[in-house]
Design a protein around this ligand. Sequence first.
Ligand SMILES: *Cc1c(COP(=O)(O)O)cnc(C)c1O
Length: 423
Amino acid sequence: MISQFELIGDDKVGVLPKQVNQLEMCREIAAQKDMQENDSSFMLVDLDKIIERFNLWKRELPMIEPFYAVKCNTDVVLIRVLASLGCGFDCASREEIDIVMETGVSADRLIYANPCKTRSFIVHALERDVRMMTFDNAEELIKIGKLHPNAEMILRIAVSDPTATCPLNLKFGADPVLAAPQLLKLAHEEGVNVVGISFHVGSGCNDATAYRTALSHAKNLCEIGEGYGFKMDIIDMGGGFPGAEHAHNPFEKIAETIRDALDEFFPETDKRLIAEPGRFFAAEPFSLVANIIHATEVPASKITKDPKDSAEHGYMYYINEGVYGSFNCILFDHAHPIGGPLFDVDRNEKYMSTIWGPTCDSLDLVEDKKLMVKMEIGEWMYYPDMGAYTLAAATTFNGFAKPVPMYVMSEEMWANIKDSNHI
Ligand SMILES: *Cc1c(COP(=O)(O)O)cnc(C)c1O
């Protein structure tokens, strides 16, 4: 039970006497909503989890300062909790810079990590004294040279895990062997200050060796940059770190690969090591609970497309969250969310099922050919790990509201962060 409310900024946060798991908490809230005949979807945000993820980062990669990639989820409470822990922020637009700075974070904890920036946003960065920013092409260097005399430029190179969920190097990153040395030369000629090297191996990285390859290029390019008189004291390892514990490529393994590569290429370095994790922080703290607004019995063959199943029962469910809302991750982030009944049910037999979103579009498909117990209209579905690339791009298409965030935190964690001197 949410026994008491405390304010973090303007947002109400339920503070609990002890840590309760997210599933239990969601059940509690759904049961209360049932009593109020309120069937709207909601997102439980477990703020303790954000702190646990931050501590996990500090344990595995203590030498690397995280700069949370704000585009992953711009929830202000998430940002405020990370800010209070001393986290830095990766912003890619004027708005993201403003959202973060409004929490009280100073400009030196921001990196403007978009290699192709809007000119007016560069001027805005100058006004707010945001200096660290990335580039990967000659035209951007010239733009920055004209618009932001104090910029501290970080050269982004393209080193890719080709098996990453979302490869990014088609769009960004200079070739580390051919183009990058030329860009360092040009920066020297144009009088633009370069301070380091960055890369992003791809969001949802599957192959940790990509970080090692990137660090070996970074080492060479630092030497080339130093030859032009640049200080080259920042190595920015981008994002790509997995968001949930059960990911098949565990964070601990990636961290180990990175620690080994740092020992190899940058032993006892006094360089500032940073990274831009997005989903690493945002995925796990958010659990989605959606209501089954309709259920229809169909021949299972309609779902399996196999005439042999025509005598079996199948079910099509319609829930009040779909791909136009936070399940946009299915389309944009190539995610495969797997949900289940929120409450334990004493029905055992499973049927071929499809779970649709609420809009009038057949693209709005959440799960297909799912074997699930029979569910009733009005019951709830639970989807864990729904914080990364979900709410950030959700719309209200067709008049369906986004899930309402409900924040919870244990008394112990609240006591730990409420007097933070970081914001
Ligand atoms: C999206 C992005 C990130 C975050 O990526 P994750 O895979 O979510 O960690 C970091 N840096 C840049 C430049 C990005 O575009």
